[in-house]
Ligand binder design. Structure first.
Ligand SMILES: NC(=O)c1ccc[n+]([C@@H]2O[C@H](COP(=O)([O-])OP(=O)(O)OC[C@H]3O[C@@H](n4cnc5c(N)ncnc54)[C@H](OP(=O)(O)O)[C@@H]3O)[C@@H](O)[C@H]2O)c1
Length: 228
Protein backbone atom coordinates (compact mmCIF):
# COMPACT_ATOMS: atom_id res chain seq x y z
CA UNK A 1 0.00 0.00 0.00
CA UNK A 2 1.34 3.42 -0.96
CA UNK A 3 0.22 6.06 1.53
CA UNK A 4 0.18 9.76 2.11
CA UNK A 5 -0.06 10.71 5.78
CA UNK A 6 -1.39 14.07 6.95
CA UNK A 7 -0.34 14.80 10.54
CA UNK A 8 3.19 14.76 11.87
CA UNK A 9 2.25 14.85 15.55
CA UNK A 10 1.77 11.99 18.01
CA UNK A 11 -0.59 9.96 15.81
CA UNK A 12 1.09 10.80 12.50
CA UNK A 13 4.42 9.63 13.90
CA UNK A 14 3.00 6.39 15.34
CA UNK A 15 1.18 5.65 12.08
CA UNK A 16 4.27 6.28 9.94
CA UNK A 17 6.42 4.02 12.14
CA UNK A 18 3.89 1.20 12.02
CA UNK A 19 3.27 1.57 8.26
CA UNK A 20 7.00 1.26 7.54
CA UNK A 21 7.27 -1.75 9.88
CA UNK A 22 4.50 -3.39 7.88
CA UNK A 23 6.33 -2.74 4.62
CA UNK A 24 4.01 -0.03 3.28
CA UNK A 25 5.52 2.89 1.45
CA UNK A 26 4.93 6.48 2.50
CA UNK A 27 4.88 8.70 -0.57
CA UNK A 28 4.24 11.88 1.37
CA UNK A 29 4.05 12.88 5.05
CA UNK A 30 3.05 16.44 5.94
CA UNK A 31 1.69 18.23 9.00
CA UNK A 32 -0.15 21.00 7.19
CA UNK A 33 -1.94 20.73 3.86
CA UNK A 34 0.23 21.96 1.03
CA UNK A 35 0.63 21.36 -2.72
CA UNK A 36 3.63 19.21 -1.74
CA UNK A 37 1.16 16.58 -0.53
CA UNK A 38 -0.12 16.00 -4.06
CA UNK A 39 2.81 16.90 -6.31
CA UNK A 40 3.35 14.34 -9.03
CA UNK A 41 3.27 11.48 -6.53
CA UNK A 42 0.80 8.71 -7.00
CA UNK A 43 -0.74 7.66 -3.72
CA UNK A 44 -3.26 4.91 -3.24
CA UNK A 45 -4.74 6.27 -0.04
CA UNK A 46 -4.47 9.27 2.28
CA UNK A 47 -4.70 8.84 6.07
CA UNK A 48 -5.36 11.96 8.13
CA UNK A 49 -4.51 12.38 11.82
CA UNK A 50 -4.05 16.13 12.03
CA UNK A 51 -6.34 19.01 13.00
CA UNK A 52 -10.09 19.57 12.53
CA UNK A 53 -9.48 22.80 10.59
CA UNK A 54 -7.87 20.76 7.79
CA UNK A 55 -10.57 18.14 7.39
CA UNK A 56 -12.97 19.93 4.98
CA UNK A 57 -10.23 20.95 2.53
CA UNK A 58 -8.66 17.50 2.64
CA UNK A 59 -11.98 15.74 2.05
CA UNK A 60 -12.76 18.02 -0.89
CA UNK A 61 -9.28 17.57 -2.39
CA UNK A 62 -9.40 13.76 -2.12
CA UNK A 63 -12.91 13.57 -3.55
CA UNK A 64 -11.87 15.84 -6.42
CA UNK A 65 -8.85 13.62 -7.19
CA UNK A 66 -10.70 10.31 -6.55
CA UNK A 67 -8.16 9.35 -3.87
CA UNK A 68 -9.47 7.14 -1.05
CA UNK A 69 -9.29 8.94 2.30
CA UNK A 70 -9.32 7.67 5.90
CA UNK A 71 -10.04 10.48 8.36
CA UNK A 72 -8.89 9.79 11.93
CA UNK A 73 -8.90 13.45 13.00
CA UNK A 74 -11.69 14.34 15.44
CA UNK A 75 -13.50 17.55 16.37
CA UNK A 76 -14.91 18.47 12.93
CA UNK A 77 -18.28 16.69 13.12
CA UNK A 78 -20.40 19.83 12.73
CA UNK A 79 -19.25 19.66 9.07
CA UNK A 80 -20.20 16.01 8.69
CA UNK A 81 -23.68 16.56 7.12
CA UNK A 82 -22.45 18.79 4.29
CA UNK A 83 -19.22 16.86 3.65
CA UNK A 84 -21.12 13.61 3.61
CA UNK A 85 -23.64 15.07 1.15
CA UNK A 86 -20.78 16.17 -1.09
CA UNK A 87 -19.15 12.72 -0.96
CA UNK A 88 -22.41 10.95 -1.63
CA UNK A 89 -22.91 12.94 -4.81
CA UNK A 90 -19.32 12.40 -6.00
CA UNK A 91 -18.94 9.42 -8.35
CA UNK A 92 -16.73 6.60 -7.00
CA UNK A 93 -16.10 8.39 -3.71
CA UNK A 94 -14.15 6.42 -1.10
CA UNK A 95 -14.09 8.13 2.27
CA UNK A 96 -14.12 6.48 5.70
CA UNK A 97 -13.91 8.37 9.00
CA UNK A 98 -13.61 7.18 12.58
CA UNK A 99 -13.30 8.91 15.93
CA UNK A 100 -11.67 5.83 17.41
CA UNK A 101 -10.05 2.98 15.48
CA UNK A 102 -9.40 0.73 18.47
CA UNK A 103 -11.08 -2.66 18.78
CA UNK A 104 -11.64 -2.21 22.51
CA UNK A 105 -13.89 0.77 21.87
CA UNK A 106 -15.90 -1.29 19.38
CA UNK A 107 -16.47 -3.79 22.20
CA UNK A 108 -17.44 -1.00 24.58
CA UNK A 109 -19.96 0.38 22.08
CA UNK A 110 -21.60 -2.95 21.60
CA UNK A 111 -21.78 -3.47 25.39
CA UNK A 112 -23.48 -0.12 25.96
CA UNK A 113 -25.92 -0.68 23.10
CA UNK A 114 -27.00 -3.89 24.85
CA UNK A 115 -27.28 -2.15 28.22
CA UNK A 116 -29.30 0.69 26.70
CA UNK A 117 -31.97 -1.79 25.59
CA UNK A 118 -32.66 -2.50 29.29
CA UNK A 119 -32.26 1.08 30.42
CA UNK A 120 -35.99 1.86 30.23
CA UNK A 121 -36.54 -0.59 33.12
CA UNK A 122 -33.97 1.20 35.30
CA UNK A 123 -35.71 4.53 35.74
CA UNK A 124 -33.96 5.26 39.06
CA UNK A 125 -30.45 4.79 37.58
CA UNK A 126 -28.20 7.54 36.27
CA UNK A 127 -25.37 7.43 33.74
CA UNK A 128 -22.28 9.57 33.23
CA UNK A 129 -19.08 9.36 31.21
CA UNK A 130 -15.62 10.55 32.17
CA UNK A 131 -13.04 10.80 29.39
CA UNK A 132 -9.39 11.52 30.13
CA UNK A 133 -6.79 12.48 27.53
CA UNK A 134 -3.35 14.09 27.42
CA UNK A 135 -3.18 17.84 27.95
CA UNK A 136 -2.38 18.54 24.26
CA UNK A 137 -5.73 17.27 22.97
CA UNK A 138 -7.56 20.03 21.09
CA UNK A 139 -11.21 18.92 21.25
CA UNK A 140 -13.48 18.22 24.22
CA UNK A 141 -15.53 16.13 24.66
CA UNK A 142 -13.57 13.55 22.69
CA UNK A 143 -14.99 12.21 19.43
CA UNK A 144 -15.28 8.81 21.12
CA UNK A 145 -17.31 10.24 24.02
CA UNK A 146 -19.75 11.79 21.53
CA UNK A 147 -20.06 8.50 19.65
CA UNK A 148 -20.65 6.61 22.90
CA UNK A 149 -23.44 9.04 23.78
CA UNK A 150 -25.02 8.46 20.37
CA UNK A 151 -25.29 4.76 21.30
CA UNK A 152 -26.42 5.53 24.84
CA UNK A 153 -28.45 8.77 24.82
CA UNK A 154 -29.01 8.49 28.59
CA UNK A 155 -25.36 9.56 29.01
CA UNK A 156 -26.38 13.13 29.66
CA UNK A 157 -23.21 14.17 31.50
CA UNK A 158 -19.74 13.96 29.98
CA UNK A 159 -16.73 15.12 32.01
CA UNK A 160 -13.54 15.82 30.05
CA UNK A 161 -10.23 15.70 31.91
CA UNK A 162 -7.05 16.85 30.20
CA UNK A 163 -4.15 15.48 32.16
CA UNK A 164 -0.45 14.74 31.57
CA UNK A 165 0.23 12.29 28.76
CA UNK A 166 -2.78 9.95 29.13
CA UNK A 167 -3.28 8.24 25.73
CA UNK A 168 -7.05 7.86 26.12
CA UNK A 169 -9.51 6.59 28.69
CA UNK A 170 -13.33 6.37 28.59
CA UNK A 171 -15.12 5.39 31.78
CA UNK A 172 -18.90 4.90 31.85
CA UNK A 173 -20.51 5.02 35.28
CA UNK A 174 -23.98 3.60 35.81
CA UNK A 175 -25.33 4.26 39.25
CA UNK A 176 -28.46 2.83 40.84
CA UNK A 177 -29.77 2.76 44.41
CA UNK A 178 -27.21 0.84 46.47
CA UNK A 179 -25.07 -0.35 43.54
CA UNK A 180 -23.13 0.72 40.49
CA UNK A 181 -21.59 -0.59 37.28
CA UNK A 182 -18.43 0.78 35.69
CA UNK A 183 -17.19 0.13 32.14
CA UNK A 184 -13.70 1.24 31.27
CA UNK A 185 -11.68 1.36 28.08
CA UNK A 186 -8.06 2.43 28.38
CA UNK A 187 -5.70 2.71 25.43
CA UNK A 188 -2.14 2.07 26.59
CA UNK A 189 -0.50 2.85 23.28
CA UNK A 190 -1.43 4.91 20.17
CA UNK A 191 -0.46 1.92 18.08
CA UNK A 192 -3.97 0.49 18.56
CA UNK A 193 -5.42 3.47 16.64
CA UNK A 194 -2.74 3.25 13.96
CA UNK A 195 -3.40 -0.50 13.47
CA UNK A 196 -7.12 0.16 13.01
CA UNK A 197 -6.54 3.04 10.59
CA UNK A 198 -4.20 0.96 8.40
CA UNK A 199 -6.66 -1.87 8.43
CA UNK A 200 -9.49 0.51 7.42
CA UNK A 201 -7.31 1.94 4.63
CA UNK A 202 -6.61 -1.53 3.23
CA UNK A 203 -10.29 -2.33 3.33
CA UNK A 204 -11.26 0.96 1.67
CA UNK A 205 -8.85 0.27 -1.18
CA UNK A 206 -10.74 -2.91 -1.97
CA UNK A 207 -14.08 -1.08 -2.30
CA UNK A 208 -15.45 0.38 -5.53
CA UNK A 209 -17.24 3.04 -3.53
CA UNK A 210 -17.81 3.74 0.17
CA UNK A 211 -18.85 6.81 2.15
CA UNK A 212 -19.32 6.22 5.88
CA UNK A 213 -17.88 5.81 9.33
CA UNK A 214 -15.69 2.95 10.59
CA UNK A 215 -18.71 1.57 12.40
CA UNK A 216 -20.93 1.82 9.33
CA UNK A 217 -18.27 -0.09 7.39
CA UNK A 218 -18.17 -2.80 10.08
CA UNK A 219 -21.93 -3.07 10.34
CA UNK A 220 -22.35 -3.16 6.54
CA UNK A 221 -21.21 -6.80 6.66
CA UNK A 222 -18.67 -6.04 3.93
CA UNK A 223 -15.81 -6.21 6.46
CA UNK A 224 -16.75 -9.62 7.82
CA UNK A 225 -14.33 -11.71 5.74
CA UNK A 226 -11.29 -9.67 6.73
CA UNK A 227 -9.82 -10.11 10.21
CA UNK A 228 -9.37 -6.89 12.16
N1 LIG B 1 -9.51 8.17 15.24
C1 LIG B 1 -8.69 7.73 16.20
O1 LIG B 1 -8.61 6.52 16.51
C2 LIG B 1 -7.80 8.75 16.88
C3 LIG B 1 -6.87 8.34 17.84
C4 LIG B 1 -6.03 9.30 18.41
C5 LIG B 1 -6.12 10.63 18.00
N2 LIG B 1 -7.06 10.98 17.08
C6 LIG B 1 -7.16 12.36 16.56
O2 LIG B 1 -6.10 12.56 15.64
C7 LIG B 1 -5.79 13.97 15.58
C8 LIG B 1 -4.29 14.17 15.77
O3 LIG B 1 -3.91 13.78 17.09
P1 LIG B 1 -2.40 13.95 17.60
O4 LIG B 1 -2.38 13.52 19.02
O5 LIG B 1 -1.47 13.32 16.62
O6 LIG B 1 -2.23 15.56 17.50
P2 LIG B 1 -0.88 16.40 17.49
O7 LIG B 1 0.25 15.62 18.05
O8 LIG B 1 -1.22 17.73 18.11
O9 LIG B 1 -0.58 16.64 15.91
C9 LIG B 1 -1.41 17.48 15.16
C10 LIG B 1 -0.92 17.56 13.72
O10 LIG B 1 -1.84 18.40 13.01
C11 LIG B 1 -1.13 19.45 12.37
N3 LIG B 1 -1.95 20.67 12.26
C12 LIG B 1 -2.44 21.16 11.11
N4 LIG B 1 -3.13 22.28 11.31
C13 LIG B 1 -3.06 22.56 12.62
C14 LIG B 1 -3.61 23.60 13.41
N5 LIG B 1 -4.34 24.59 12.91
N6 LIG B 1 -3.37 23.54 14.75
C15 LIG B 1 -2.64 22.54 15.28
N7 LIG B 1 -2.12 21.50 14.56
C16 LIG B 1 -2.32 21.52 13.23
C17 LIG B 1 0.11 19.64 13.24
O11 LIG B 1 1.05 20.28 12.44
P3 LIG B 1 2.28 21.08 13.09
O12 LIG B 1 3.22 20.01 13.55
O13 LIG B 1 2.76 21.90 11.95
O14 LIG B 1 1.74 21.90 14.23
C18 LIG B 1 0.47 18.20 13.57
O15 LIG B 1 1.13 17.59 12.50
C19 LIG B 1 -6.67 14.62 16.66
O16 LIG B 1 -7.84 15.13 16.07
C20 LIG B 1 -7.01 13.46 17.59
O17 LIG B 1 -8.21 13.65 18.32
C21 LIG B 1 -7.88 10.08 16.52
Amino acid sequence: MRLAIVGTGRMGHTLATLALQKGYSIASHVGRLSPELWGTLSVEVVIDFSHPSQVPALVEACLHRSIPLVTGTTGWYERLPDLRRLAETTPNARWLWGGNFSRGVLLLKSAIRAIFQMWGQLSDWEAALVETHHRHKKDAPSGTALELRRHFPALKTIYSLRLGEVVGEHRILLSGPGEEVELLHRAHDRIVFAEGALWAAQWLLQQQRFVGSFEEALSSGRMSNQAL
